[in-house]
Design a protein around this ligand. Structure first.
Ligand code: TRH
Length: 384
């Protein structure tokens, strides 16, 4: 029996801790499982407003609705019985409802319980991916599933047609994108940058540096937490002031928070992408453009180890100068208080090399199976 036929109904549980990443990853996973693997997927989310920001067709008040073939349920309304799923995904260790766990245990064929973990490039992930962690009291099989960058991990989420869509995104498509956003396409001399980051990022320093650049820089900022720092930089406090703002070589454009599918287009339309967290970080890699990552900040400093582990992997094959420029800029962006102007100059100089490298990196990563395919295979091997 194939994984496909045995694991046909999946429940995904998602709690939005903060921001968009939890919902983004779960929605993307649900979509791929349904579209590419023919699975019936129910996505339980505790915060439909956040999911709606990514997929605006959703009704944030509906207890149950269907979108793109996925059944989307408000977690508060969860009905524990009967448990029909063959596989249950607990995203990012969010826990499952007690009643649901009891119903799983009471089922004649309890579903396979998979805890989907956060992405990390650290080497320990290879050993932890796929480990069993049975429920301490109940007879329920449970496994850890770690996304990652090697063949020993769960891989990265990627739609089957993503590379083709990216490669078809040519100049006219780019112009249409900017036009749809209400802007003329920036001229060919401008460096176009998307800027998605957490509120603590050294935005003022970056914008000041870009304003002094020798060539024009166009920065697109999504309508999110960075906007108040950007407004402050341009000396405007009004929430309804949406620019565009100019200073020196710099032009800043405010973009609406885009639906998930259009966010890819923004990444493809830019020469350099600043991304954060998990899902935008992965999308920027598939975009095959130079990128600067700001990991989600963790109290114990784990984000620094994550950033280092990623750079260690990513920079393999980069010329020493480009590697040095990328490493120095990333640590400056992530708060090491070094000279932003010098770091930016070096990064800017190395962008052609970094662009070639980003393309190779995306190609190498895409040679492996994507996360949803690995998950389906994993489940197929466990559900007998
Ligand atoms: O929003 P995030 O900071 O999410 C974070 C991380 O996932 C982090 O690991 C987790 O611990 C924390 O949430 C709770 O960054 P991330 O992961 O990049 O998610 C952003 C999502 O928003 C991603 O799916 C892309 C999407 N997006 C759009 O759809 N449109 C937009 O305009 C933008 C800027 C983003």
């Amino acid at each position: 029996m194939t994984a496909h036929s045995i694991a046909s109904t999946w429940d995904i549980f998602c709690k939005v801790v903060d921001n968009f990443g939890d919902a983004g990853v779960c929605w993307r996973l649900a979509r791929i499982l349904h579209r590419e693997h023919g699975l019936q997927v129910r996505l339980w989310v505790d915060d439909l407003n956040t999911l709606r920001a990514l997929h605006p067709d959703l009704d944030a008040a509906a207890p149950l609705q269907h979108a793109e073939g996925i059944t989307v349920c408000r977690w508060q309304d969860v009905l524990p019985e009967p448990v029909e799923a063959t596989v249950v995904i607990e995203a990012f260790g969010c826990g499952l409802p007690e009643g649901y766990i009891a119903a799983m245990a009471a089922s004649a064929r309890p579903p396979l319980w998979i805890v989907l973990e956060y992405l990390s490039a650290e080497s320990w992930v290879d050993e932890h991916h796929g480990l069993s962690s049975p429920h301490p009291q109940l007879p329920l099989p449970r496994y850890f599933f770690f996304p990652g960058f090697t063949s020993a991990t769960g891989g990265l989420l990627r739609e089957a047609d993503l590379s083709i869509r990216r490669d078809r995104f040519d100049d006219p498509a780019r112009q249409r994108f900017w036009h749809d956003m209400g802007f003329d396409n920036s001229d060919a001399q401008s460096l176009t940058v998307s800027l998605f980051a957490y509120a603590g990022a050294p935005v003022a320093g970056l914008l000041e540096t870009m304003a002094r650049d020798a060539a024009p820089v166009v920065v697109a900022v999504p309508d999110d937490v960075l906007l108040s720092a950007v407004r402050a930089f341009f000396g405007t406090a009004a929430d309804n002031d949406r620019g565009p703002w100019r200073r020196g070589a710099l032009e800043v454009r405010v973009l609406p928070f885009l639906p998930l599918v259009r966010y890819d287009e923004l990444l493809w339309a830019c020469d350099l992408n600043f991304v954060r967290g998990e899902d935008s970080f992965v999308r920027a890699q598939w975009a095959a453009r130079p990128m600067v990552w700001q990991p989600y900040r963790q109290e114990d400093g784990a984000h620094r180890r994550k950033a280092q582990a990623f750079l260690d992997r990513y920079a393999v094959g980069l010329a020493p100068k480009a590697k040095g420029a990328l490493t120095a800029f990333c640590s400056c962006w992530n708060g090491d208080h070094t000279d932003m102007a010098a770091a930016w100059r070096a990064l800017r100089e190395e962008l052609p090399d970094l662009a070639g490298h980003a393309r190779r990196w995306a190609g190498d990563l895409a040679a492996g199976a994507d996360m949803a395919a690995r998950l389906v295979e994993f489940a197929g091997n466990k559900v007998k």
